[in-house]
Design a protein around this ligand. Structure first.
Ligand code: SF4
Ligand code: SF4
Length: 151
């Protein structure tokens, strides 16, 4: 009898609809409307790499010591340098970073003695090609430029 009653009066269906209706309150909505709404990432999040420059003259902070490349367990960083005969210092000529192989462990960042290499809070690093995931010095200094969508 009970089963017949539930079937005739669609009790199970109505119970299911009631659960759905109860959760229509906006405070139960957890979906982020990305990319219109951008998520807040944790303060210590390790994302896109950046090669820092001096803000006053735009010169790189990197001293081409190669410690980041040696610290990387994936050996994905390549640092190119040449000796300046006038100053007798090594100068950075190229810097490549293969983001497709990076596990964002931060060992390279920790190894850098002059805080030149930094893993930032930027997380939009997608690329249509594998080559696009290999960042050169210019891209590392400029940083990613994701499209900003608005509501
Ligand atoms: S974060 Fe880790 S895996 Fe990525 S480049 Fe640095 S040391 Fe290598
Ligand atoms: S450890 Fe720092 S200073 Fe040395 S090569 Fe890497 S980014 Fe440049």
């Amino acid at each position: 009898m009970g089963k017949l009653f539930r079937t005739v009066f669609l009790v199970d269906l109505l119970q299911g609809l009631w659960v759905t209706f109860r959760n229509q309150n906006p405070k139960f909505i957890y979906t982020e409307q990305y990319p219109a709404e951008r998520p807040k990432v944790a303060e210590r999040y390790r994302g896109a790499p950046r090669l820092n420059i001096k803000p006053d003259n735009g010169e790189t902070l990197c001293i081409a010591c190669n410690l980041c490349a040696l610290a990387c367990p994936e050996t994905l960083i390549v640092v190119g340098s040449e000796r300046n005969e006038a100053t007798r210092r090594k100068e950075l000529t190229e810097f490549t970073y293969d983001t497709s192989r990076c596990m964002f462990c931060g060992l390279c960042e920790d190894a850098c003695p002059v805080d030149a290499l930094e893993l930032t809070q930027d997380f939009e690093m997608a690329s249509y090609t594998r080559e696009g995931a290999i960042w050169d010095r210019q891209m590392l200094e400029e940083g990613p430029k994701p499209t900003q969508y608005r509501n």
